[in-house]
Design a protein around this ligand. Structure first.
Ligand code: IDP
Length: 116
């Protein structure tokens, strides 16, 4: 039986983080289809076209973490969506420069495991 304490969460280092050398392992360029599905709830936002362009600008480094409390732990490590609202010691607070260039992201595992 699966351990109920064993949770999963999805995180990605975005194109600016990969280009900035935050990861050295293999990374993937996202298809337009996957990106649209991933951000479907933001499709009416004024920044959506820019978000698509940003996320297609280069490879991302995608991960699924497994372990006790990984969703809340991952969120705490990432910090806030807006880097200026992210405390020192979080990835966004320490490395990101702007909400449109915010290095990391966490959510939606199933979409990435089965993109079609
Ligand atoms: P999250 O990435 O922290 O979960 P969401 O609200 O789901 O936050 O936003 C997804 C992504 O959309 C953000 O990480 C950021 O790259 C982009 N984004 C969100 N709000 C804005 C904005 O006001 N201007 C530009 N980009 C934004």
């Amino acid at each position: 039986m699966a351990d109920p304490r064993c949770e999963h969460t999805f995180l990605a280092v975005k194109p600016d983080g990969v280009q900035g050398g935050l990861v050295v392992e293999s990374s993937v360029v996202l298809t337009s289809n996957l990106l649209h599905n991933h951000y479907t709830e933001l499709s009416s936002k004024i920044f959506f076209p820019g978000l698509m362009e940003y996320m297609s600008a280069g490879p991302v480094f995608a991960m699924v973490w497994e372990g006790t409390n990984v969703p809340s732990m991952g969120k705490k490590m990432l910090g806030a969506t807006k880097p200026r609202e992210s405390p020192t010691g979080t990835i966004q607070g320490d490395f990101a420069v702007d909400v449109g260039l915010n290095i990391c992201h966490g959510k939606k595992i199933a979409l990435w495991v089965n993109p079609d």
